[in-house]
Design a protein around this ligand. Structure first.
Ligand SMILES: Cc1cc2nc3c(=O)[nH]c(=O)nc-3n(C[C@H](O)[C@H](O)[C@H](O)COP(=O)(O)OP(=O)(O)OC[C@H]3O[C@@H](n4cnc5c(N)ncnc54)[C@H](O)[C@@H]3O)c2cc1C
Length: 596
């Protein structure tokens, strides 16, 4: 796309568009026109192919051979929604500050989308409108280009990221979710698509005749709703997340039968950092993630304490960058893929011993080393409706963002440990009143003295001991509105208008899938590593668990600092230890070699 089309054969001076719109100032970056010299550099990564006028270079929902760089001729992009209707590009053009002319792709332009890094299907139709000659760069070669050609690679990758941002903002080229806007199921699936960084649109059948007829055809019973139409046309009825993930290509279809150098379990900040550093240093890396990339950090509205982001950064944005970065270096991801069990014994002898990971979908995969990055899961007390208000009044974290939302309003805080105490003191300087709801008879057994004193000195913190929350109330629109609790001794219940509830009832490590391997755990179930393991007959590396080939990083590791920065640091550090481990074993992977 280019606002002013350049004459063919003169590719040295890209045109200067004069667009307007939220992403308009970045139009040049989103649709770069490569110079003749740059095109020559691309040539060594691909093959030249010719297309006749009318031929499709990409078809919505179908695999694409790779990134195209147009050499001659003109092609037109057509956005189709998943219903197969050609989508009006107005909103997209408005977003990027373009005109209908910009839907034509001219010589020198790069035709690609972020999903191509991992060979995902095309989100749009692309058709030759004259005879066309183009370089086709397959996904593996595209990744090689991004690494080998630093400056050019940066231009191309930036363009792909900005295009994805525009697609997410407009829903252009994504799945169509058909259901009532206020339905909690629609909200859940929207959240899933959003957390996976995918474009999508929600259409209410009450307002769209075609969507209504699809509902009549595919979802005659209320339980069938919502339905999702995937680019390419597949229709899913109220799908479980796994089924949706498979349809969207998030679950790796094929996993290689040879062992990977490293399997990383968990794609939170610790796992993603391991993937970026490991893959960039030539290890073949497979990342298996039960849900979406980003882990707990991906759920954080704003991370204010991560180095280098003085005004904060959304957890989703930070993690999405890391996810793209890891793919650029060749790490293979399988999302919505839970590891059920680790087998450390079947193939642990011979010249190339491996660990076997059993996946919840019944597949098995082999790796020379496993990095456990499965984090900790915040305990969710069994209070009816609680999950419904997560992120809409109910929080498991008190950052300045949440504190601002509570300004001059009432807050309830569940828990009696140090993290609850710190949060209560912090929130008390923003909220009108903080009520601490504590299950036990006092704070003295569970909280540090200095915090108890501070709480005592705060005029707007009230501590209620021996109480438990029995019910929370609210609406889908307004979120949490009221909290009801019971005094455990008397059984008396009270209910108050409280729009913010913070839950600090601890976190449990996610390590049970390692049970059969005898990985050493501390008294709370976190994985011990390094010197913490005790005597093993040799000095362990800092993140080694003592079970040959198994390393642990991030929140799941005993003694780790439960912070994004710490998790990322551990992910980076473990890679040097993986190299030492492989060198000790004399594994082929000790010599860096790329391959997925
Ligand atoms: C709402 C919230 C806000 C936060 N805000 C901040 C902040 O502002 N600053 C800060 O420093 N810290 C913050 N934290 C803490 C920070 O997010 C964590 O310390 C950090 O995410 C830990 O990273 P991790 O990679 O070790 O684990 P996690 O982020 O927990 O990631 C673990 C991943 O492993 C996956 N997994 C688990 N079991 C399996 C399995 N069997 N198979 C496959 N995958 C599996 C999980 O789905 C998850 O994606 C926040 C936490 C929360 C919950």
């Amino acid at each position: 796309m280019a606002s002013e089309k350049k004459p063919e054969g003169n590719l040295d001076h890209p045109p200067q568009p004069t667009p307007s719109g939220p992403l308009a100032s970045r139009f040049d970056q989103m649709f770069p026109v490569l110079s003749v010299a740059e095109i020559d550099r691309v040539r060594r990564f691909g093959d030249v192919r010719r297309f006749r006028a009318g031929e499709l270079l990409c078809r919505t929902g179908k695999p694409i051979p790779g990134m195209y760089v147009i050499l001659s001729g003109r092609v037109k992009t057509v956005g189709r929604d998943a219903l197969g209707r050609s989508m009006s590009p107005d909103k997209f053009l408005q977003q990027i500050g373009g005109t209908p002319d910009d839907l034509e792709v001219v010589p020198g332009e790069v035709l690609a989308e972020l999903g191509q890094l991992s060979g995902n299907p095309s989100p749009i139709d692309v058709q030759a409108i004259s005879d066309v000659e183009a370089i086709v760069v397959p996904p593996e070669q595209l990744r090689a280009l991004l690494i080998a050609e630093a400056e050019l690679g940066e231009r191309i990758l930036r363009a792909l990221i900005l295009r994805r941002v525009a697609m997410i903002e407009t829903g252009f080229g994504g799945a169509v979710l058909i259901g009532t806007l206020r339905s909690p199921k629609v909200a859940k699936l929207s959240d899933f698509l959003g957390r996976n960084g995918l474009p999508f649109r929600v259409i209410d059948p009450d307002e769209d005749a075609e969507a209504a007829s699809l509902v009549a055809r595919y979802a005659p019973k209320p339980d069938d709703l919502p339905i999702i139409v995937i680019p390419g046309g597949a229709v899913l009825k109220n799908p479980p997340k796994q089924e949706l993930a498979r349809a969207l290509g998030l679950v790796a279809r094929t996993l290689r039968s040879d062992p990977y150098d490293v399997a990383i379990v968990g794609a939170g900040p610790a796992g993603l950092a391991t993937a970026v550093y490991g893959a960039s240093e030539g290890l073949s890396i497979l990342v298996l993630e039960a849900l979406t990339f980003g882990g707990q950090a991906g759920a954080s509205a704003r991370i204010e304490n991560y180095l280098g982001f003085p005004v904060g950064v959304s957890g989703q944005a930070l993690m999405a960058r890391a996810f793209t970065q890891a793919q650029k270096f060749g790490a293979v991801f399988s999302l919505s893929t839970e590891v059920k069990q680790l087998d450390c014994t079947s193939e642990n002898s011979g010249p190339d011993p491996v660990l076997i990971l059993h996946l919840a979908d019944g597949r098995q995969v082999r790796a020379r080393a496993v990095v456990v990055a499965t984090g900790a899961r915040y305990r969710r007390p069994e209070i009816p409706n609680l999950a419904q208000f997560e992120g809409r009044g109910v929080s498991y974290w008190a950052s300045p963002v949440e504190a601002r939302l509570c300004r001059d309003e009432d807050v309830a805080l569940l828990g009696g440990g140090n993290s609850a105490g710190q949060a209560a003191v912090f929130l008390s300087s923003h909220a009108r009143q903080v009520r601490m709801l504590v299950r036990g008879p006092s704070l003295s057994n569970t909280m540090s003295r200095y915090l108890i004193d501070r709480i005592g000195a705060s005029s707007n913190i009230a501590v209620l001991c021996e109480v438990e929350i029995v019910q929370v109330f609210g609406t889908p629109d307004q979120g949490l509105q009221r909290v009801r609790w019971r005094h455990r001794r008397s059984g008396v219940e009270e209910e108050h208008a409280i729009p913010h509830l913070f839950v600090f009832t601890g976190a449990d490590p996610v390590a049970s899938w390692l049970d059969s391997c005898g990985v050493p755990l501390d008294e709370k179930g976190f994985i011990r590593t390094g010197a913490d393991v005790g005597s093993t007959g040799r000095v362990l590396l800092a993140m080694e668990t003592g079970v040959e080939g198994i390393f642990a990083v991030g929140d799941v590791r005993s003694g780790s600092v439960k912070r994004v920065g710490a998790a990322i640091g551990e992910g980076a550090a473990v890679v040097a230890q993986l190299h030492s481990f492989m060198a000790r074993r004399g594994s082929a992977a000790a010599t860096p070699q790329r391959g997925a």
